[in-house]
Design a protein around this ligand. Structure first.
Ligand code: C6P
Length: 419
C-alpha cells in the first residue's frame, strides 16, 4: 500500500536533517525511530548548545563573580524563563529544575506530601499511571497511614469518571493524574477531575511527561497546582526534569534536599532557606543540560506546539488505519485520534510483544515492548505488556509503512514457527 503524500504542517524532511542520528543504519537498514515516548532524539542545535557551553562558558552558577560564572548563570536562568513561557506559568520562579519527571513527582510527595497528608487522608490516582506517579504516593500513604483510591480505566483505555464524586471526597488531600497515558496514548480530560479536586479542597498534580512534549499545555488554563515533565522526552538532554508549582505552594513548602545553593544563611545552630525556586535546587545542578534544554524549547516553539500535535495526529491516524487492517491484531486506547496522543499500542494474542519488538529491530525499526512502567494498567487488561510505537516531529508516513511491514513479518515468522 502506497502512502498518500503527507499533509504535514511543517517540512519533515528539513526537520530530519537537523537530527544527526536519523542518518544512521541499524542492522543494515535505515533507522526508523518510533520509541519517542521513552526518549526523543536530539537536534543539532541541542548538541551544539552542550558543546558551546563546555567550550565557552563552563562554570558553576549562582556563586561565581567572574564572567564565565555570570554567563552560565544567565544562560541557566534563561531556560527557566523559557520553560515558564512554554507552559504559560505566571512567573519563572514557579519552575524548579529536577533530574527527571520522576524526581519532580518525588519532590512533591516528600516536600508537600509529608507535611500535608496525614493518617486517614486520601490520595486519588488513576489505574493508568506510570509507576513514577504511583509508587511515590504509595510510599507516602504507607508512611503516614493515608489511603490511595484509584479512578478506573474502561475497556477502551479511557478513564472511567462515573462515580468521581465518590472517589474524590472531603478526605482527599491530593489528586495526581497523567494528562496522556504513556502506555496507550489516551488523552485524559482533566477539567472534570481537577475541578472535583478543588471543590473538595484537594490539590491537583498533573503528570505531563507525555503531554508537554506533544501538545500545547497551559498550566493556568488547566488550573493544576503541580505539573511534572522531563526534558529528554522533548528533544532536550537526559538528566533534566521540571516541576511547575503554584508559587505560593513553593513558598510554603519545606525543602526537598539540603546542602549548598538552597540556603540563605547557615550557622552552627541551623540554617534558613534560599528564595523560591532555588530553595529546591540543592547542590550544583545539571547546568549544561538545562542550558541545552533551552535550545530544545526554542526548536519546539519555532515549530509551534499546535503543529507538533497536528503532525503526530496525522501519523497516528494513518498508523491506526493500517494496523486495523492486520488480522487478529488488538489495538489499545481510543480509536478517535482527537482523544489520543502519538502512540500506537498493540498486541497479537499469540505473540509476545518482545518478539514483535525483536523482529522490528532487525528491520531497523525501534519500538518499545513490555509493560511501559504501567504494570497495574497491564494487569487491568490481563496482559504482560504491549508493543508500542510512539511518534514525534521527525517521523514520516513512510516510517509508519516500515512499522507495518515489520509487524507483518513478525506475524508471518511466528505463525510459521508455531504452525
Ligand atoms: N515513560 C516510557 O517509555 P522520567 O523517566 O522521570 O523521565 O519519566 C517518567 C515518566 C513519568 N510519567 C509518564 C507518563 C512517563 O511516560 C514517564 C516515562 C517512559 O513510557 C519511560 S518508562
Amino acid at each position: 500500500m502506497k502512502p498518500s503524500k503527507a499533509k504535514t504542517v511543517f517540512d519533515v524532511q528539513a526537520i530530519r536533517r537537523d537530527f544527526p542520528i536519523l542518518g544512521r543504519q541499524v542492522h543494515g537498514k535505515p533507522l526508523v525511530y518510533l520509541d519517542n515516548a521513552a526518549t526523543t532524539q536530539k537536534p543539532r542545535a541541542v548538541i551544539d548548545a552542550l558543546v558551546h557551553y563546555y567550550e565557552h562558558q563552563n562554570a558553576n552558577i549562582h556563586r561565581a563573580i567572574h564572567t564565565l560564572g555570570e554567563e552560565a548563570t544567565a544562560a541557566y536562568e534563561e531556560t527557566r524563563a523559557k520553560v515558564s513561557q512554554f507552559i504559560n506559568a505566571s512567573r519563572p520562579e514557579s519552575i524548579v529544575f529536577t533530574r527527571s519527571a520522576t524526581e519532580a513527582l518525588n519532590l512533591i510527595a516528600y516536600a508537600w506530601g509529608r507535611a500535608n497528608v496525614k493518617k486517614g487522608d486520601e490520595i486519588v490516582l488513576t489505574q493508568m499511571e506510570h509507576h513514577s506517579n504511583m509508587v511515590p504516593w504509595q510510599r507516602l500513604a504507607q508512611e503516614v497511614g493515608a489511603t490511595i483510591k484509584y479512578i478506573g480505566v474502561s475497556d477502551e483505555g479511557t478513564l472511567d469518571l462515573d462515580g468521581l464524586d465518590d472517589i474524590i471526597t472531603e478526605k482527599t488531600k491530593l489528586v495526581s493524574v497523567t494528562q496522556v497515558s504513556n502506555a496507550f496514548g489516551t488523552i485524559n480530560v482533566l477539567d472534570k477531575i481537577i475541578a472535583a479536586a478543588h471543590r473538595r479542597g484537594a490539590l491537583a498534580v498533573v503528570d505531563g511527561a507525555q503531554s508537554v512534549p506533544h501538545m500545547p499545555v497551559d498550566v493556568q488554563a488547566i488550573d493544576c497546582d503541580f505539573l511534572a515533565f522531563s526534558a529528554h522526552k522533548m528533544l532536550g538532554p537526559t538528566g533534566v526534569g521540571v516541576l511547575y508549582a503554584r508559587y505560593e505552594l513553593l513558598e510554603e513548602m519545606e525543602p526537598f534536599q539540603s546542602g549548598g545553593e538552597m540556603i540563605s544563611r547557615v550557622r552552627l545552630e541551623g540554617a534558613s532557606w534560599n528564595d523560591v525556586p532555588w530553595k529546591f535546587e540543592a547542590g550544583t545542578p545539571n547546568i549544561a543540560d538545562v542550558i541545552a534544554f533551552g535550545a530544545a524549547l526554542d526548536y519546539l516553539s519555532a515549530l509551534g506546539m499546535d503543529n507538533v500535535r497536528a503532525h503526530e495526529q496525522e501519523l497516528t491516524a494513518y498508523a491506526l488505519r493500517r494496523l486495523r487492517q492486520l488480522e487478529d491484531i488488538i489495538i489499545y486506547g481510543p480509536q478517535d485520534t482527537s482523544r489520543r496522543g502519538g502512540v500506537a499500542s498493540f498486541n497479537y494474542p499469540d505473540i509476545h510483544a518482545h518478539d514483535v519488538g525483536t523482529i522490528l529491530d532487525r528491520e531497523g525499526v525501534a519500538i518499545r515492548a513490555g509493560h511501559h512502567c504501567a504494570q497495574p494498567l497491564m494487569r487491568r487488561f490481563d496482559m504482560a505488556g504491549t508493543a508500542r510505537a510512539s511518534f514525534y516531529i521527525y517521523n514520516t508516513l513512510e516510517e509508519v509503512d516500515a512499522l507495518i511491514e515489520g509487524v507483518e513479518k513478525a506475524r508471518a515468522f511466528f505463525s510459521h514457527a508455531s504452525g
